[in-house]
Design a binder for this molecule. Sequence first.
Ligand code: AMP
Ligand code: MN
Ligand code: MN
Length: 318
Amino acid sequence: MQSIIHQLTQSRRVLLTTHTHPDGDAIGSLLALGLILERMGKTIAMVDDDPIPAIYRFLPEVERILRHAPPDTDFDAAVVLDCGSLERIGAVGTTVAKVPLVINIDHHVTNKAFGAFALVDPNACATAEIVYRLIRKMGAPIDKIVATAIYTGIFTDTGSFRFSNTNLGAFTICQEMVALGVDPYQVAKHVYGTYSLGRIKLLNMALDSIELTANGKMTIMTLSQEMLRETRTQPEDGDGLINYARRIEDVRVAALIQELNSGQADQFHVSLRSDGSVDVARIAQARGGGGHAMAAGFSVTAPLADVKADLLRLAAQL
Ligand code: AMP
Ligand code: MN
Ligand code: MN
């Protein structure tokens, strides 16, 4: 941590990025560290390839996050947050590749330890926890804006303090963030508040798609581009749907196969969730992806039937 603080202190222009299809931890960590570095007098650019999902647009200063890296800045350092591998940052990777110093801050157990400096703690409940510790170590003050970003990162990545990554830090840091002015009701209201009618219709289709394997130990949910078109929803509206499939009795692993809108056929993202008895990070890693023991994912180019056949083979071994 000390060497990363040293590098950040020395840098004048810092590029910060996170994974594509960003979640609350990705966005919260990006905003918290980015804004702190800016207040320390640095020129910063916060970038994510994908749009910010509607439920996170309430975050103060979230509009500062750009879709593309500014082309005419020579960055001294690039910080990659909440991201197990560089492939997951998308097109901003071409800019990151030109930056002389890459700093990797993450909590995925499958993190590939890329970058000149890596601060990876799989015991952290969220990347926002690591960012919080870094900010405190730097001695920088945390205001309500940064506190809201940190709180939201921890609140969402722990599934509102329900998932297995919920640790003491989740509570102590969030308590401190509330003391600094964060309104838990306001955050919860935005994160869980209202859904478009389309999202509810999509939920209906997703629930309808659930298949249970012969041994009853795995569920497979499928989301197609056609379903998104029909309900006029965005990929972000599929976030969290897999949890319904995981909560079915006796199910050890839930899989969600999502057809990607890449312009190419047969491209899917597979999300995996476990009840705790199966390490899905290993399953995802064996397929070129990664994640955590209880929540992981991978991308695959293959006909849907083959993707399902692979999952059925896995299910039979459970
Ligand atoms: P998801 O499947 O997108 O719901 O993600 C579940 C967890 O696995 C998250 O912590 C992701 O960061 C991680 N993950 C998902 N896809 C990948 C991938 N292709 N490579 C590495 N980690 C992934
Ligand atoms: Mn994330
Ligand atoms: Mn995370």
